[in-house]
Design a protein. Structure first.
Length: 243
């Protein structure tokens, strides 16, 4: 029996709707392309802090398909950011190219206007706003700030839930201790301090530094456990010693 391909019911009203949808899609794609071209034109006006030709960027690390931002421009936005900022913020866990674009659009490439990383985090509304009256602390809640840079850092912090970096371990530790909302704020605060240090010092991100700090925290926690066990008349024995 000879196979006959099925033919759909191409009624005039369906074809009209399909043509309208296709025209709308093409029009919006053109608007997006025009917006990307305008952004690229403005990026070329920024002074260069690094020369990608003399020191090219390594290949970008793999990003999971569930990344928050899926739309990327046609040009190499990561290289443009590296030229303008002097460092590759994409090396920081949780931060991707379009998140860097948000930070650049909100605060610019120069963070020297903030006297310290703490001042930068305070401006973002990512640290406690202590309300004190008569020597008594009335409130330690964070200020409610409408800031797209702070929102971008919160999104970056949320994506670290399954990340195996030191920042990912920090987020999970804070989540177990404080709950998800406060853990996101605490991790976003740490990301803000990292970004401030990298941009003001002009140094690349080094995972070993944060891994060492996380290891020091684990050692302090282990010491406290040993002290508490001895106070209760017990002794901690590593699992490897029991095997």
């Amino acid at each position: 029996m000879r196979y006959r391909p099925r033919v759909g019911d191409y009624r005039p009203e369906h074809l009209f709707t399909l043509r309208q949808s296709l025209d709308a899609w093409r029009y919006h794609r053109k608007l997006i392309a025009d917006c990307d071209d305008e952004v690229q034109r403005h990026l070329t006006r920024f002074a260069s802090k690094a020369d990608p030709k003399e020191k090219p960027l390594p290949r970008a690390r793999k990003v999971s398909s569930s990344k928050v931002y899926s739309s990327q421009p046609d040009y190499d936005l990561r290289t443009e950011h590296y030229r303008i900022l002097g460092v590759d913020l994409n090396d920081v866990p949780g931060i991707n190219t379009l998140l860097v674009q948000t930070l650049l659009a909100e605060v610019g490439p120069d963070l020297s206007k903030f006297r310290s990383a703490a001042a930068f985090a305070s401006w973002l509304g990512l640290c406690p706003d202590n309300r004190i009256s008569g020597g008594k602390i009335l409130s330690v809640r964070n200020r409610h700030v409408q800031n797209r840079a702070a929102l971008a850092l919160r999104i970056a912090a949320h994506t670290l839930h399954h990340n195996q970096s030191a920042l990912g371990h920090y987020y999970r530790r804070m989540r177990a201790k404080l709950g998800a909302p406060k853990a996101i704020t605490a991790t976003a605060h740490k990301l803000a301090r990292v970004v401030y240090h990298l941009l003001t010092a002009g140094q690349p991100y080094q995972e070993s530094v944060f891994a060492e700090r996380e290891n020091q925290h684990q050692q302090r926690s282990l010491f406290k456990l040993h002290v508490r066990a001895r106070a209760l008349g017990y002794q901690l024995i590593p699992v490897a010693a029991l095997a």
